[in-house]
Design a protein around this ligand. Structure first.
Ligand code: OSB
Ligand code: MG
Length: 367
């Protein structure tokens, strides 16, 4: 297809409750949406860049600049296929969240053009995906237990909690005492150092499914050292920014599980390559979340339909985040803790234009 126009929009959406991690608290989300138009079809993508360069170096501002000044000019006027877009943009080093916003929008447009569900176009085979929740750091253990209880009552299949130094062993112990059999894991978002290995070792007796990204985002090697000392599998998130990083991590034994995020690896084609590599090495993967609006969430659902997404991901219901989402229907989770992969064309959820327009803080048309 040949794109005629790309529209960048920044919307602002307030989370129902602030989300705290070891690197900070998120409350009012600034979300960059990309809409692409080809002849007769449109496609939507979402940049998962944050308000601040804490989870990654990208922000809404950097993604906007890179999209407008570099990525769109590389595609303008060309005949393109969604599967090739990632490679066409490879001349820009890094900035995977900016790339992913554009590339995933083109995948959506191509699926609409072909009249097929994006999940099928990507090669996904699951009709429903297993779901977990990611619970931010809570002010008290009692509040944490209440949040976990609520998620379990809703049917979610596994619980992930955020930890940071000083709020790690005790919350996990309390949860294990209260919920001896739930599938439980922790995410440190790089808050520890290799010298903390004895502390992290204290998590082993709680039979966690995994410890996510305990050490530095750019320190795959130390994760391999740590993994040798722990029984609990390490799952890498921040460290896996590309296929070569995934390969290095697996080869040196830095992790037993990988969390795949579209924005962190640069889009569907890159995510599928990481997925395929992990599958060939018997490393299970799951889909991470970035507090997305419905657009990004819909792309996560399509990606999660691939075969090796065998563990419950962080993709959960719209109503856990937003009073009102920007898609129709909203993402819903069954009592069994699953999301049905839509069979409607494209991402399978319709962007609510009027609502998006009302939430838009700025917009730029690129032609
Ligand atoms: O590390 O997985 C993470 C949110 C923002 C940034 C990083 C992470 C997260 C989450 C939330 O864990 C997942 C979600 O519910 O979207
Ligand atoms: Mg994480």
């Amino acid at each position: 297809m040949r794109l005629r126009q790309v529209t960048l929009r920044e919307i602002q959406l307030r989370l129902l409750s602030p989300f705290e991690t070891s690197f900070g608290t998120s409350d009012l989300r600034r979300i960059l949406l990309v809409e692409v138009e080809a002849h007769g079809v449109t496609g939507w993508g979402e940049s998962t860049a944050g308000e601040n360069p804490f989870y990654s170096y990208e922000t809404v501002e950097t993604a906007w600049l890179i999209l407008r000044d570099y990525l769109w000019p590389m595609l303008r006027g060309r005949e393109i296929a969604a599967a090739d877009v990632g490679d066409l943009l490879a001349g820009v080093r890094g900035h995977p969240m900016a790339k992913s916003a554009l590339e995933t929008a083109i995948w959506d447009a191509e699926a609409h053009e072909k009249g097929v569900a994006l999940a099928r176009l990507l090669g996904g085979m699951r009709q429903e995906i297993p779901c977990g929740v990611s619970i931010g750091i809570q002010p008290t253990t009692a509040q944490l237990i209440a949040k976990v209880e609520e998620a379990l009552e809703s049917g979610y299949q596994r619980i992930k909690i955020k930890i940071k130094p000083g709020l790690d062993i005790e919350p996990v112990r309390a949860l294990r005492e209260t919920f001896p059999r739930v599938r439980l894991m922790v995410d440190a978002n790089s808050a520890y150092r290799l010298e903390d290995a004895p502390l992290l070792k204290q998590l082993d007796p709680f039979h966690l499914m995994m410890i996510e990204q305990p050490l530095g985002w750019d320190d795959i090697y130390s994760h391999a050292e740590l993994q040798r000392r722990l029984e609990t599998p390490i799952c890498l998130d921040e460290s896996i920014v590309s296929l070569p990083h995934a390969r290095a991590a697996i080869e040196i034994g830095a992790c037993g599980i990988i969390n795949i995020k579209l924005g962190r690896v640069g889009g569907h084609t890159a995510a599928r390559r990481v997925h395929d590599l992990c599958q060939s090495r018997a490393v299970p993967v799951w889909c991470g979340g970035m507090l997305e609006s419905g657009i990004g969430r819909a792309h996560n659902i399509a990606m999660s339909s691939l075969a090796n997404f065998s563990l419950p991901g962080d993709v959960s219901a719209s109503k856990r985040y937003w009073a009102e989402d920007i898609i129709e229907p909203e993402v819903e989770v069954s009592k069994q803790g699953t999301i049905r992969v839509p069979s409607r064309p494209g991402i399978g959820y319709a962007p609510r234009r009027e609502r998006i327009e009302k939430l838009t803080k700025r917009q730029e048309r690129l032609a």
